[in-house]
Design a protein around this ligand. Structure first.
Ligand code: FE2
Length: 391
């Protein structure tokens, strides 16, 4: 059945090539500015990835006006202000962010202040507060998971008030996403697995969610197929350029699908678990994904049945319900393979969540913004048994 209404807006240009991050001249010439400020973090910098990109820029006649490398594990409000001040003072005309979700989101938010000035929280919190394009922002992801290079969302942590602030605006969509497998080769295997499971969760939740639509479905399905085929290889053999590239492309495709069709209860539970017990986002999603699929089963079984063959399962002769169960089994099989590599925990008890903390996760998930898009109406009492199973 077709949705009554949907819109699809995906203006971010995506380029993919092994080594392209050090050879950006053709793309940057199209954008047309010469002076870029780099936003990244110390881990990425210590790996030499910032120098690699900066070297390529200098060789091609572009100026790096400065670098902000202090982005923390969470994108923090104070960092956004400092970063924006440094960008402005440096005389830059645009931003290149090199990193994972926190770096990209910090750069997105800093670009608001750099381009428009004002107060980030007072003037721009929430959705659709911008009125015109921001300064050019080029993103070079170094993980394959968040999809932030193609989403209109930035999530920033307000340390003083201990809350996560969301900014959603079409003008936050970067101008260019640069997918270069060389930028993810050094990603540790546990992070490869966790961020990959985040991307898989984006694609599955977007595909089965209430906002799903044919165009975003196509991106979701493409992402799911690539992730199922490549996440184990990319985790096991980080140097495998083909698997790394496939995971990057899949993560971007999943990003395109969920920035249009949103995510649901798995992300709700992961957000709550991350906020309460500091469990990394991808790890929490990896743990909750099969249980979330089970929670929604009645509402999504038709779509799950369609996913099963895409996930490599043979559904010949099976009923819709049996095929749908196979899709969940396929996710469990994958998680188990990653667990066997010591790359992904399977249970909440293994990541420091206390048994008496499960109700708080259920409560947090219900109150999370994602609950609005979940295919099954979210109810704390109904959800709790699934969280207990994940324990
Ligand atoms: Fe996510």
């Amino acid at each position: 059945m077709l949705p009554e209404f949907f819109e699809f807006y995906n203006p971010t240009k995506v380029v993919y090539e092994d080594g392209v991050a050090t050879d950006l001249k053709p793309e940057l010439d199209i954008i047309g500015i010469k002076k870029y400020f780099i936003v990244s973090d110390h881990i990425i910098n210590d790996l030499g990835l910032v120098d690699k990109v900066a070297g390529g820029l200098a060789e091609a006649g572009f100026e790096v006006t400065g670098k902000y490398l202090d982005v923390a594990q969470d994108a923090r409000l104070n960092d956004v202000q400092t970063c924006a001040d440094q960008i402005k003072a440096s005389g830059a005309e645009g931003i290149i962010s090199i990193g994972g979700g926190s770096v990209i989101d910090t750069a997105k938010a800093a670009n608001i202040l750099f381009s428009e000035g004002g107060n980030l929280v007072d003037d721009y919190s929430g959705a659709h507060t911008l009125t015109r394009p921001l300064k050019p922002h080029v993103v070079i992801p170094t993980t394959a998971g968040t999809g932030s290079e193609v989403t209109m969302i930035a999530v920033i942590y307000d340390e003083e008030n201990k809350e996560k602030l969301a900014f959603a605006d079409k003008f936050l969509l970067p101008n260019l996403a640069v997918l270069d497998p060389q930028m993810t080769i050094s990603l540790p295997f546990k992070m490869t697995a966790a961020t990959g499971m985040d991307a898989l969760t984006h694609a599955i939740e977007a595909y089965v969610g209430t906002q799903a639509a044919p165009i975003s479905d196509a991106f979701a399905v493409g992402a799911i197929e690539l992730i199922m085929k490549n996440i184990v290889t990319a985790t096991k053999n980080g140097e495998d350029v083909e698997a790394r590239g496939a995971m990057q492309i899949a993560s971007t495709m999943a990003g395109i699908s969920f920035t249009h069709s949103m995510v649901g209860c798995v992300h709700g539970m992961a957000h709550a678990t991350g906020g309460l017990y500091r469990v990394p986002h991808g790890v929490a999603n990896g743990i909750f994904l099969p249980f979330g699929m089970e929670y929604n089963f009645e509402e999504i079984k038709e779509k799950l049945a369609r996913l099963a063959p895409i996930m490599g399962e043979d559904i010949s002769g099976l009923s819709e319900e049996e095929a749908a169960r196979l899709a969940i089994a396929a996710v469990r099989k994958l998680s188990k393979q990653l667990n066997d590599l010591d790359a992904l925990p399977l249970r909440l008890r293994d990541v420091g969540v206390p048994e008496d903390g499960l109700e708080a996760i259920a409560e947090g998930a219900i109150n999370d913004g994602t609950s609005f898009y979940n295919p099954r109406e979210m109810d704390e009492e109904d959800l709790l048994p699934f969280i207990q199973k994940a324990y």
